[in-house]
Write a new protein. Structure first.
Length: 269
């Protein structure tokens, strides 16, 4: 008995269109990766790549306290007040598909610092600030709401946690190995209320000098100072996050804005 022949396809393989689903899925996965700026968290028992005692892992604030106490004889020492101050760090999305990512803002609710203003004025003064990377807060909803359209996108809590874990992890800032960010003034010039300060920035175990323009206002018993600076991650040995050959990325340049408030600390801060 002759069996019926199977029906043959009339579609020409040469003209069949390839599915775009794999590409769509790849882009979607990349967008989620950059939107969260997250890498999978290492297991809890994964060994850290930091030595038992890493350089820069001890706070310098106690040493500064004694140094500023000695400076008080020649001028006024002010202790920075984190509760009345504002420090923000902005990280921006980049790459050809930047619209798929998010801009991020970090804030510093806690830090230590002092300012010394000599009796002769601002020139010859001193500033020191120290903050812990693991104390930084990321993408607070109330802060993002004040920053306009560039920060209007809402980021859910899980993505914020993943982003923060990635930023502080071994692939980025390495906060366990290099826990502190420090600014130490090298030179201060100008006349109050406008000053120019060259500061040594310590980040990721690297030191780089940066010039900062300051607007300073002194009042009885207090002082405020506002300014901003730009830090390039690559200058400090940090590789900015990117995927797909840079199609989705975080920009190298970080913008740091600050509005500091300080209280006269007397002869011994």
């Amino acid at each position: 008995m002759k069996l019926p022949e199977a029906k043959r396809s009339t579609t020409n393989p040469a003209t069949k269109k390839p599915s775009i689903l794999p590409r769509v899925r790849l882009l979607a996965a990349a967008a989620l990766a950059l939107g969260a700026c997250a890498a999978p968290a290492p297991p809890a028992d994964a060994p850290a790549d930091a030595p038992a005692e890493a350089p820069g892992d001890a706070a310098l604030a106690p040493q500064w306290r004694a140094q500023y106490a000695a400076l008080a004889a020649g001028g006024t020492v002010y202790a920075l007040d984190p509760q009345r101050s504002r420090v923000r760090i902005y990280a921006f999305r980049g790459g050809r598909a930047a619209h798929l990512g998010h801009n991020h803002v970090l804030s510093a609710p806690a830090f230590s610092g002092w300012v010394y203003v000599p009796a002769s004025g601002g020139e010859g003064g001193r500033v020191d600030i120290e903050m812990r990377l693991d104390a930084l807060e990321l993408d607070r909803t109330d802060i993002r709401a004040t920053l306009g359209p560039a920060f209007a996108a809402r980021i859910d809590a899980d993505d914020v946690d993943n982003t923060r874990r990635h930023m502080l992890g071994n692939g980025n800032l390495q906060a366990q190995r290099f826990p502190f960010v420090r600014l130490h003034s090298l030179a201060i010039t100008g006349e109050l209320p406008r000053l120019a300060a060259q500061v040594d920035v310590e980040l990721h175990g690297q030191h780089r000098p940066v010039w900062v323009a300051l607007a300073v206002d002194r009042s009885p018993g207090g002082l405020t100072a506002a300014g901003s600076l730009v830090l390039r991650q690559t200058d400090f040995g940090i590789t900015p996050y990117s995927v797909l050959g840079g199609m989705l990325a975080v920009e190298d340049a970080l913008v740091v804005e600050f509005d500091l408030a300080a209280t006269a600390a007397g002869p011994a801060p």
